[in-house]
Design a protein around this ligand. Structure first.
Ligand SMILES: Nc1ncnc2c1ncn2[C@@H]1O[C@H](COP(=O)(O)OP(=O)(O)O)[C@@H](O)[C@H]1O
Ligand SMILES: N[C@@H](CCOP(=O)(O)O)C(=O)O
Length: 291
């Protein structure tokens, strides 16, 4: 059997709604695949009891169909579904990379991004690329209609996942339909700062660029304790804090030496609201790996 490890991802990063994404060093999904006459899916791991094994409803089913690559697919979830950590995308990315190899289809990593995004359309209604792109290509990615720009970057991160479920579909329903010109100007400045920070491996600039006044405030209302956790993380030295993906994970950028303190502060801040949480001390990492 072929084994693929595909990482969790954090999309948006505040100012880059539906465009920016990063691969996380951990957690990750591990997917095993072998050729078969038809697609079958077996799920284990974090939250797997809530994920359908029906190929029509699982992200990997749409990927197998797009690649005309029927297979027995075993998914060990390291990334909890509805986490804001690209859970559905990690499986889709692993399937795209693995089936491409298994069936010798010859697609490049960049060409596999829209194929994996067909899996995302199954769960969120939209074939958005901002999670599958970093899960396949690694690093920091800028996904637009013209394709994906990838930058290898090294920024320490803390991802704090509260015991709350926010589906991507619900979080998309609260996104405002319009923004003021001043907000647009601010967003362009922040997105440019963040992109430059990724090129320089500069957590200060990346954190500064994570600020967003358009989408994040609307979504923050879906996450009990978001403001308290954000303020606590900033006070503990985080250079920027925002919602990861559609939430509920809260993600912080930081300097390496502050990461452990920020992680425990974020856990405590959720705890003070009576919300259980788990925390990943992580960093920007590699894309899907085949073993
Ligand atoms: N292979 C898969 N892994 C995770 N979730 C999946 C998968 N296939 C389908 N889903 C569905 O996708 C939804 C979670 O996706 P999403 O809300 O995008 O989570 P996340 O915010 O972590 O990306 C759940 O309804 C889940 O049942
Ligand atoms: N750009 C999307 C990203 C959703 O990420 P997920 O990890 O929550 O699936 C959005 O913000 O809706």
């Amino acid at each position: 059997m072929l084994t693929v490890r595909a990482p969790a991802t954090s999309a948006n990063l505040g100012s880059g709604f539906d465009v920016f994404g990063v691969a996380l060093e951990r957690p990750a999904d591990v997917v095993r695949l072998e050729k078969a006459d038809r697609v079958t899916i077996e799920m284990t791991g974090a939250g797997s009891q809530y994920i359908p094994e029906d190929p029509e409803k699982n992200t990997v089913g749409a990927v197998a169909e797009a690649l005309d690559a029927p297979a027995r697919i075993q998914i060990d979830k390291g990334v909890r579904p509805a986490s804001g950590l690209g859970s559905s995308a990690a499986s889709a990315a692993a399937a795209a990379v693995g089936l491409n190899e298994l069936y010798d289809r010859g697609y490049s990593r960049e060409e596999l991004v829209p194929i994996a995004a067909k899996g995302e359309a199954v769960v969120s209604g939209d074939a958005h690329d901002d999670n599958v792109a970093p899960s396949i290509m690694g690093g920091f990615t800028i996904a637009t209609e013209k394709g994906v720009t990838q930058v290898d970057a090294d920024i320490p991160l803390v991802a704090c996942l509260p015991d709350i479920v926010v589906s991507t579909r619900d979080a998309r329903n609260v996104v405002p339909e319009s923004a003021r010109v001043e907000q647009m100007v601010e967003t362009v400045g922040n997105a440019a700062a963040l992109t430059t920070g990724m090129h320089r491996d500069d957590p200060e600039l990346v954190g500064q660029g994570m600020h967003d006044t358009v989408v994040t405030p609307a979504r923050a209302k879906l996450i009990d304790g978001y403001e308290q956790v954000r303020e606590a993380a900033l006070a503990a030295g985080a250079t920027g804090v925002t919602i990861s993906g559609a939430g509920p994970t809260v993600i912080a950028a930081c300097a390496e030496e502050d990461r452990r303190r920020i992680a425990s502060t974020m856990l405590d801040a959720f705890g003070e609201r009576g919300v259980d949480a788990r925390v990943y001390q992580t960093r920007i990492g590699r894309g899907a790996e085949v073993f």
